[in-house]
Design a protein around this ligand. Structure first.
Ligand code: HEC
Length: 164
């Protein structure tokens, strides 16, 4: 009886060690979205262009996963797969972002646009897209959202199609 008691305790101890190891090592991994890992090809931090002057900033897979979640919650209705359903020619494809005035194919360019959406030629405010004020998404958060959009535009298969 005594020996059996000890062996069960031994099993519990092993189970506990496994559980603790798993809990300590898993949260970072769990926070990485599989789409980010698989299609955006990000597991290590990647440097993304902040502006056209060559400044870059590193974003981790966790940052991009957080950005993806923000995108899914607030942007997906109109921009599924990087398309722009209400205005298909102005998609979130890289060349389209790059062709806007001023260009939107950098993190800062995207943030500037989201803080105050403008028409494609930059001459007037646009009321079609969703404006994202500082009070809603502070700089750190909106940069993650922008980083996700930029990386998806660079890497995601089929992102930003205008033919549907
Ligand atoms: C209600 C629909 C709607 C929602 C929600 C929306 N957008 Fe838009 N978005 C548009 C439309 C329409 C345009 C084209 C703007 C125009 O026609 O003036 C646009 C344009 C854009 C552009 C510029 C594309 C280019 O090629 O220049 C970006 C970037 C963008 N949206 C990102 C976002 C992000 C990020 C979100 C989430 C915070 C978002 N949008 C939410 C409708 C939407």
């Amino acid at each position: 009886m005594v020996r059996r008691f000890f062996s069960i305790r031994g099993l519990w101890a092993v189970a506990l060690v496994c559980l603790i190891t798993f809990t300590i090592s898993s949260p970072a991994y769990a926070a990485i979205d599989s789409y980010v890992r698989r299609y955006l090809k990000v597991t290590e931090p990647v440097a993304l262009e902040l502006d056209k002057q060559g400044n870059t900033k590193e974003f981790s897979a966790e940052d991009l996963s957080a950005g993806k979640e923000l995108f899914e919650t607030h942007c997906l209705n109109c921009h599924v797969g990087g398309a722009t359903l209400p205005n298909p020619t102005e998609s979130l494809a890289l060349e389209t972002l790059a062709g806007a005035t001023p260009p939107r194919d950098t993190v800062n360019g995207l943030v500037t646009f989201l803080r105050q959406p403008m028409t494609y030629d930059g001459t007037e405010e646009s009321y079609w897209c969703r404006q994202v004020p500082e009070t809603w998404m502070p700089q750190e958060q909106i940069e993650k959202l922008a980083a996700f959009v930029l990386r998806a535009a660079q890497k995601a298969p089929g992102w930003g199609t205008d033919s549907f």
